[in-house]
Ligand binder design. Sequence first.
Ligand SMILES: Cc1cc2nc3c(=O)[nH]c(=O)nc-3n(C[C@H](O)[C@H](O)[C@H](O)COP(=O)(O)O)c2cc1C
Length: 258
Amino acid sequence: MSRYEKERNFLKSNFLEFKHIKTDKIKGLPKPPNTKAFDSSSTIIDLPKVSKDVVSRDSLYDSISERRSTRFYSDESLSLEELSYLLWATQGITDTTKNGLTLRTVPCSGATHTLETYLFIMRVDGIQAGVYRYLPVEHKLLYLFELDEIDQKIDAITLDQPFVPNFAKKAAVMFAWSTIPYRSEWKYDISAHKKILIDVGHVSQNLYLTSESIGAGACAIGIYDQQLIDEVLGLDGEEEFVIFLGAVGKKKTVVGTD
Ligand SMILES: Cc1cc2nc3c(=O)[nH]c(=O)nc-3n(C[C@H](O)[C@H](O)[C@H](O)COP(=O)(O)O)c2cc1C
């Protein structure tokens, strides 16, 4: 067995094996909810209606051709309109199927949408710094908690960054995407997990391109402390855990390169 056999096999399609499995869906087990529940008496923040007005670079071609991972941010805040746009572009709901599945701005295997979006907000106009969760159905923000020394926590979470040390804590917002894998396992069983990772890649690319379109920049972050971020967000690490991060901020004139 080669040293990487297990990991390489994870990258391959296991559809033929999957075809013989009696999934929880086929067994008639209840379908898991599309989104995570929340207490409606919590602090909930209305997001402005998504509008093209926030877009300063209205050319997809330019956003694609000039996109770079941005790790140097100015002190400028994002506006709430801009944050609303980024959230819509990464997880916003644009339609619902007759079976009650949500269709969003990003494609997703079988429209299972296992992701939840958490935000570490440092600088967004009109929003108290702290930790929030996006409510895609309502297009609102759920305030979760204030985080003491939020920048130090982000630093600890994002470990030893190889290109620009400690950059994430200087972002205006750090997105953290968790997965609730059972939303896909119910339907795809052992085929769910590779799909979930591909799904989050699509989300991250939308964050990159829409950040470019508002004069901001994003950087995907795969190097992070799994246990620490799950603990900070109160996730159990089994039924829900973080799988990817993305830092966003207005660009500083000095552009970071690898
Ligand atoms: C899956 C993934 C994980 C990444 N993780 C990190 C990271 O932890 N830290 C970082 O600074 N950049 C990270 N990046 C950004 C890459 O380093 C960057 O995309 C690559 O160097 C190419 O540069 P470009 O995005 O500017 O074209 C990641 C990108 C991807 C797609």
